[in-house]
Design a protein around this ligand. Sequence first.
Ligand SMILES: [Zn+2]
Ligand SMILES: [Zn+2]
Length: 346
Amino acid sequence: MLAAVVKGVKVVALEEVSKPAMQKTTDVLLKVTATALCTSDVHIVNGYMPPSPPYVIGHEFIGIVEEAGSSVNNFKPGDRVAVPPLSYCGLCEHCRKGMPGQCLNSAVFGSGATWGGMPGGFAQYVRVPHADACMVPIPGDISDDEAIFVGDMLTTGYYAVENCKLKPGATLAVFGAGPVGLCAVHTAQLFHPAKVVLVDSLDHRLALGKQMGATHTINLNETDAVAQIMELTNGRGVDAAIEAVGDQKAINDAARVTGVGGTLSIVGLFPGNIEFPIMELLMKNVTTKVGLSYLGNMPMLMGLVAEKKLDATPLITHRMPLASFAEAYDIFAGKKENVVKIIMTP
Ligand SMILES: [Zn+2]
Ligand SMILES: [Zn+2]
């Protein structure tokens, strides 16, 4: 089958690999119907994690069950399913205390040996371990475009928002209008905020933010974002700020605009440790939350997509066949053509 393979630092290419074989009775073999490039893929290709090539990349994908192991009870061949970025067992100590993202038996799809060595979804087929525990059915009336974002983008965006404990009428600032920041803006609507201020340097992404629920947008290249947010909140600062960039300045600015007793919620991925503005946060009694998404929210988010209360499809700027992976990767990694998300079909 055809798959995108990481061959070394900054080297990824499409090639013929063998179709994955079922290994355990709890496995499912999935025929991939749609897959999306993620900034994490670029980090992986660029060698943020210790390289262990070759491996098939990709952790955002959905598909149709081709074959289900004998112990799989919830799924059968032909079922459409969404898959989280990592497979989790649902049985271990971490899973049982509600931390499936830290499952002791997990493997992250398409991220190399450091994270479990599980081949990823930029392929025609992928093996999904612990299928009963981690896969989520896609209701028939939900399109692939709607379903693909439930596994990573919507769970992460929602997690950032949920940590803010927003009350109706609250004010929220989101730093970063990448797909996760935009999904945070979008899922924040579920909490009925009065103001959602989105900060980024790219106008086309800010425009998308308006479409997805931002009440105010700030281009940080044109305005002092901190000053403007303080003005928008009568000098008090926002009830909550989300950092969805992974950037020192964004953390500093987010800390500065968070008001007394507010929340700073961090979901950005940083290339390493940073200087943390602890005194700014301490003096204002700001609750600070950091973490990966809660994958157990996938069924709930799929339900909201089915009810048309959430729709992340405006993120899709490009559609390409998997055969055009090289071109898609070049556009995505180079942030060309106002790209936000590229859907690829094997
Ligand atoms: Zn991702
Ligand atoms: Zn587990």
